[in-house]
Design a protein. Structure first.
Length: 528
């Protein structure tokens, strides 16, 4: 603990001195200006728009995301629906005995590629966390502000109809999540002490090598590692703390708040709290997330249901708006295609299906059957998007907090719109929502720190020195994220996360036959 605080002090002292020197000019403005200039070119490239008819433009990165999800849905014979109840039973522990009592020959080689230790339960190096902990660790990185602010952004630009396409994206994304998390376990590395290293970096390199595509695998793995580090600083860190600060500042008085213009101070407090957890690694993170995530989801869903039930007479009209707006949108920029794009974009940012990030957390699971964890993972987009995002959207639609005039809501106001929607029915709920948002942000940041570190370790080695270097840098970005304006943060956040999808999706399509083999093995073991 003493070492942690020494490292924190050395990292943050320059930030504090800089804050004092630039108080007159405004540290928030300075950071935003510098950050925007440094990252603008990358954001423009990732979100390059392809003209699609009159007055309609589509981001090119959405094509591989949507087409990939459709391909996996058909290739695995609608596993996102047929495997749903099996997935629930795995999380419940119904098939735990399969991992502990089947012979090694039944499992096959679950970590091909020359690893010193096979990841099977009977050898004592089966991973670091349970199915449930892996699920909550991954969910903590996805169930968060994307479900609150992200949905508000989607309906403000795309109207109520964007909700329909978010649900479709969530259902299709279940298949993508299944594929990537199965591969995450299959190709993971395990150190002599049982520490797991996994994710797209490993299945891209090792998996594609098995297909005689060694060169391509190394390039894609390297690219993903760079992008996941950037994604951990952006969407998994800066966006989260920024939105949390927006709501805390609003609740404490807005422009009159003692925190107004002092985002860096809020970020500093969050950085210390995050630092205390992430020093402990995935086991410590999983112990925190398996308590926080269920608690947060239950509170948020319960409040959403309360609002929906209180306005039960408007439920039918809300669903009518969502369905009609999905196919015949009025007064929305971009028309039908624009609504579809907003739904898929915000769903992808929310559930990260096809992005590859969740496979990093799932790789640490205790199992010798990779497909078992892929089955668990397919529940994530359903919980995250189909359930939680739909709840938020219904609250916004029912309470009339939907903008349809060319996206009249800007990014910085998104979290406040959702808060206002709840407060119109539950006057005191904004205070509870503020606490929930801070917890959502906190849990997301600690999980994404693990994702980013895995990419960092892949590129720079697994030494303690490299580990602490990454974690200190991550904590510095917590402070920067709270101080910067959301305009720069959200563009960079989206860009880095969507950039991860490009190398990952190439690997998923090429390695899909390997996943099918693992699925057959697991189903055979269950039946036997």
């Amino acid at each position: 603990m003493k070492k942690l605080f020494t490292l924190l002090a050395s990292a943050f002292l320059p930030v504090l001195f800089f804050a004092q020197e630039t108080t007159k000019k405004g540290i928030d403005q300075i950071i935003d200006e510098k950050f925007g200039k440094a990252t603008g070119w990358f954001v423009d490239f990732i979100f390059y728009k392809i003209p699609f008819g009159e007055n309609v433009e589509i981001y090119w990165v959405l094509f591989p995301l949507i087409l990939g999800a459709l391909y996996f849905t058909f290739y695995f014979k609608f596993i996102n629906f047929s495997g749903f109840f099996t997935s629930i039973n795995i999380v419940r522990g119904k098939y735990d005995h399969v991992d502990h009592h089947e012979s090694m020959n039944m499992a096959g080689d679950s970590t091909p590629g020359g690893d010193a230790i096979e990841t099977v339960a009977i050898e004592g190096h089966s991973g670091e966390v349970t199915h449930f902990q892996a699920l909550t660790a991954a969910l903590s990185a996805t169930v968060g502000l994307g479900n609150i602010a992200g949905v508000a952004i989607a309906v403000s630009i795309g109207g109520a109809g964007a909700t329909f396409w978010m649900i479709v994206a969530g259902l299709l994304g279940m298949a993508s999540k299944f594929v990537e998390c199965t591969l995450g376990v299959k190709y993971r590395d395990i150190e002599a002490d049982g520490t797991v290293y996994g994710g797209p970096m490993y299945y891209l390199r090792k998996g594609l090598k098995s297909l005689n595509l060694d060169g391509l695998g190394k390039v894609l793995a390297g690219l993903f590692a760079v992008f996941v580090i950037g994604g951990s600083f952006g969407g998994g860190n800066m966006f989260q703390v920024n939105q949390a600060f927006q709501l805390v500042e609003h609740i404490t008085g807005g422009n009159e708040s003692f925190l107004h213009g002092k985002g860096w101070l809020f970020g500093l407090v969050m950085a210390v709290l995050v630092g205390i957890v992430i020093i402990g690694g995935i086991k410590k993170i999983a112990k925190v997330t398996d308590k926080i995530v269920p608690f947060m989801v239950v509170i948020y869903v319960a409040a959403s249901l309360f609002v929906i039930i209180a306005k039960y007479d408007m439920i039918g009209d809300a669903f009518a708006q969502i369905f009609n707006g999905a196919f015949s949108p009025d007064g929305v920029a971009g028309g039908f295609v624009g609504v579809l794009v907003q739904g898929f974009r915000r769903a992808a940012f929310s559930n990260e299906a096809g992005i590859g990030s969740a496979s990093i957390a799932h790789a640490a699971v205790k199992t010798k059957y990779p497909a078992s964890e892929g089955m668990v993972a397919l529940l994530e987009p359903f919980i995250d998007t189909v359930v939680v995002c739909t709840m938020t959207a219904l609250v916004l639609v029912i309470t009339g907090n939907v903008a349809t005039e060319n996206g009249s809501l800007n990014d910085a106001q998104a979290i406040l719109l959702t808060s206002s929607a709840f407060s119109s029915v539950i006057s005191w709920f904004p205070y509870v929502l503020t606490i929930a948002v801070v917890l959502f942000a906190f849990s997301t940041m600690i999980s994404w720190s693990y994702y980013g570190f895995q990419g960092w370790a892949y590129l720079f080695g697994r030494s303690k020195k490299m580990e602490y270097a990454y974690k200190i840098l991550f904590l510095v970005f917590v402070v920067i994220g709270a101080a910067a304006s959301l305009g720069s943060v959200i563009g960079f956040s989206d860009a880095m996360i969507f950039a991860m999808m490009v190398p990952n999706m190439v690997g998923l399509v090429l390695l899909a036959p390997k996943v099918k083999e693992e699925l057959k093995k697991y189903f055979a073991a269950i039946k036997k």
